[in-house]
Design a binder for this molecule. Structure first.
Ligand SMILES: [Zn+2]
Length: 262
């Protein structure tokens, strides 16, 4: 059987909005865009990318604005197209409260996941497997959802997602760190040698230590960076991408969305 999953990294400025779709299912990973975009620009991204056929599972990596702000630009009908949401328990900000209310008002099922361990000073943040799903359509895919322990670093207090098809693998970290993905996800996986596709953590900015040899041993094939030149942090850092000289590297940066048949 030929299994095809399509990874799309939407071109939404310096934010994150990805999807993994097959003929039967769609998983959205984050629904955000650049945090300085105005309402009109956010609406344009929604109308360009969020299609009425998208009856989806939405996974939110963490609650930073650039990973969630498109949710507030969705219409009520579009919110109802989301079957369920899996997210870390949100911080108690007014934006997060508005988003949760929108889901509740449209009866979207919410799975808000606590950290796997409490935040403890001096103790390393870990990732633990909290959900696995097998989508048994024409193109079956296995989905693994990891939750971190508590962290005062918002980028680390998050969810990481890993997908396997018969042909390829996809790792989506949001802004979580390279070394966490290696230690807690890839090193504990089945050790498959099918090509691995990853969206570059933290839009190409600092995101922990990079052990190039480990990434190579896990068959990392392609890195896609969801970023925009307009960011004030000077991401993408060349010091980051230089660690992956064998990899195919792509970036959104106003070039149109990156669609990869995997
Ligand atoms: Zn981000």
């Amino acid at each position: 059987m030929i299994n095809i999953a399509i990874l799309t990294v939407y071109d939404v400025g310096h934010g994150n909005y990805n999807s993994i779709s097959t003929d039967d299912d769609q998983i959205l990973f984050d629904l955000g865009a650049g945090k300085h975009l105005n309402k009109c620009e956010l609406n344009t991204h929604v109308s360009n990318y969020f299609h009425s056929s998208d009856k989806s599972l939405l996974i939110i990596s963490h609650w930073d604005v650039d990973h969630i702000n498109l949710i507030l630009a969705l219409s009520n009908n579009q919110i109802r197209l989301i079957k369920a949401v899996i997210a870390p328990i949100p911080p108690s900000t007014s934006t997060c409260k508005r988003i949760i209310k929108r889901f509740n008002d449209e009866s979207v099922e919410l799975f808000l996941i606590s950290p796997i361990n409490k935040l403890l000073k001096g103790v390393e943040v870990e990732l633990g497997l909290v959900y696995t799903y097998s989508f048994l359509g024409k193109e079956p895919i296995d989905l693994y959802i990891y939750r971190s322990s508590g962290s005062s670093n918002k980028n680390l207090d998050s969810i990481v997602t890993y997908v396997e098809t018969n042909n390829n693998r996809i790792l989506l970290t949001g802004d979580n760190h390279y070394n966490k993905a290696i230690k807690y996800v890839l090193d504990k996986s089945k050790g498959l040698s099918t090509p691995l596709y990853t969206v570059v953590p933290h839009h190409g900015g600092e995101a922990g230590k990079i052990d190039s040899l480990s990434w190579k041993s896990h068959s990392l094939y392609k890195l896609i960076c969801s970023r925009s030149d307009s960011n004030k942090y000077n991401h993408t850092l060349h010091s980051v991408l230089n660690k992956f000289p064998w990899c195919v590297v792509e970036e959104t940066n106003g070039t149109g969305s990156k669609i990869n048949v995997v």
